[in-house]
Design a protein around this ligand. Sequence first.
Ligand code: SF4
Length: 415
Amino acid sequence: MNTIQKLAILADAAKYDASCASSGATKRNSLGTGGIGSTEGMGICHSYTPDGRCVSLLKILLTNFCVFDCVYCVNRVSSNVRRARFTPQEVVRLTLDFYKRNYIEGLFLSSGIIRNGDYTMEQLVEVARCLREDHKFRGYIHLKTIPDASPDLMARAGQYADRLSINVELPTEKSLQQLAPEKSLPAIRAAMGHLRWRIEETKQERKAARGKHKPPPFAPAGQSTQMIIGADATDDRAVLDSSVNMYNNYRLRRVYYSAFSPIPDASSKLPLQAPPLAREHRLYQADWLLRFYAFDADEIVPRTDGGTAMLDLDIDPKLAWALRHHEYFPVDLNTAPKERLLRVPGLGTRNVGKILMARRHARLRLDDLSRLRAPLRKMLPFVQVLDHHPQKLLDDADKLRARLAPPPRQAALFA
Ligand code: SF4
């Protein structure tokens, strides 16, 4: 099998992994320092999927052979797919070739488990080592790590990679036991805890070193994970609870949500249909509210007695919260503190900053809001300025919801 054939198989096999954004990397540039590449700058191709995921990395698997049998995964040992395997040197060569042609800004490398966790991790680390040490590659590297790999291999991975990730895959221990019995949530969490400790310890040591010899950075862009949505019956509240746990306890930079895609010869344990893509999108919005808007999971998806707690697919979670809490509105844009402004549907963190700045100089009016490039139709029912008082609109939450939700669509007879 030639390299192009392997690439076709292993790039396709990697597409199910959502966690590839390069945000948070340290600024590193080969200009004037020798070597090749940078984590920023002009001339690097960027491509983003509609939900904001960066796809400008060379995103491949080292191999799609795997000794595990996770039922949701197209690469599981019992799956009847074409298999391929790169050598570490082949991945290095491809990365450098694509980088020099300006197709990519870095490498996202994952792998099926071959032989065992340590052996697989050794191969992944060798790719990163060779790029960094032999070729002085300064571009972005994201390595997927194997939870049961030895701490020594994890340490080496963090030395070369900008970001490390360990996929938690499913939100609960119960669903892992059902769908990925060879994986264990405690082992995944222990590995995340270890990475957190190494990342923070290295940061402290580097800070303390000041002018003295600084230890090398360890995974400076932190760690992330991915959860598959819709492969099991877990509701959105449990998904968000799991994310909150990982953000708080393991200081993850990102949790990525990947809507389950049905696979060929699927197990009867899996649903026949993929969840609506809107569910993935709503979870990303909810995740944003948790991290940047000081919402907690209970506000975003309140628990219901015994029922499943799901996000509203028709309207975004911030608007859904506002419609449940009309007593909180209207928010006076001329006087409200930042925390209240952040709760207004349609107002993002950047526009909140602009409002805080603008009102230092003058009392805001409707005309000022039109300069924000914010969705005024969504925002106006919830805010008041000198010449706008929407109290009447807020009195009828159902009518307001009908006005702001997208119109219902006729279902197709033949999907
Ligand atoms: S370990 Fe990873 S590659 Fe292997 S079957 Fe499970 S999810 Fe797929």
